[in-house]
Design a binder for this molecule. Sequence first.
Ligand SMILES: [Mg+2]
Length: 380
Amino acid sequence: MIRLKEVTLREIHLPLVEPFTISSGSENMRRILLLEVEDVDGVVGWGECVAMAMPNYNPESIDTAWLALTEWIIPMAVGPTFPDPGYIYPLLQKRIRGHEMARASLEMATWDVWARRKEVSLSTILGGTREKVGTGISIGIQQSPAHLVEKIKGYTKEGYQRIKVKIKPGFDLPFVKAVREEFGPDLSLMVDANNAYTLDDIPLFQELDRFSLMMIEQPLDCTDIVRHATLQRKLKTPICLDESITKVEQAEDMISLGSGKIINIKPGRVGGHASAKAIHDVAMSHKIPVWCGGMLESGIGRAHNVALASLENFSLPGDISPSTRYWEQDIVTPEWTMDENGFISVPVNKPGIGVEVNVDRIEDLTVRRFHSDSKQLKLV
Ligand SMILES: [Mg+2]
């Protein structure tokens, strides 16, 4: 049984090492919401809300998540007794439409508490079987094919297992062509369109089909499943859905309709670990491989992703880069590192998320906080 006593929600500002650009916008500094959750026995767990500053990935933003957490989610979750954290997702799913990232942050922090109570790793409690997870890199849209090629040269030397290139109209075919010409057919290469295309672009995707990409991620609308099935029927390259899958039912629809052959699972996007695991399980039963995407997480969100990606069907490299890819200094110890073969070790022998949270540094970075006891928003 688990009963939460209090939650502290903080917004921190972490400067990015370099701006990150996708088809819908660019980020220089990451605004991040962190949840520190304590149960009635004083066990503390951490979660991170992966919403962006603007609602340009999904409908949520830092500010909508702040509202949803402080007004609805934290008050619902603090007080009741749950048999285990798996009961939180259905409760919140029933009462709150949308707001998956806000819901996930509370749910995932509670899994950390649960694992610490059991004195096992989060990966163990989620059913993970891997001791290390493969890492790929996601590269934002570059100004020219030559710039992209230069970037990839550096990253392949660092050991990343696959390269993902963000694309949008005008920044697609010549970029992919240049990368294939430079690195040859053996480079594990994929593209992510973040919904920037329509079915009018079928000829473009048929051109891309010649470049032996591992997958094309989310080419069409962010809520679409039906049109992706039309596109997939015309392509050899597997389509991977990201934004379109926010719960297990949509994964089932994707599989029934043939809308894609791979799923990018982000626990934040789907409402937390219980939902992510349900999607993982249904995909595995249909031999659909999955991988874990990234949302420019700090070391806390990254820890949750590493634990989830230790599950058996996460058979493709994820976007779980080492801390230095994004941050001058992370907020956890040790920072996340990658070995020369592109693997990140799962801290299977440490309780909970397996890293120490640097609370002093978080305090220094905090710009606002909410404490569930007072229900008063305090500006710091
Ligand atoms: Mg994506």
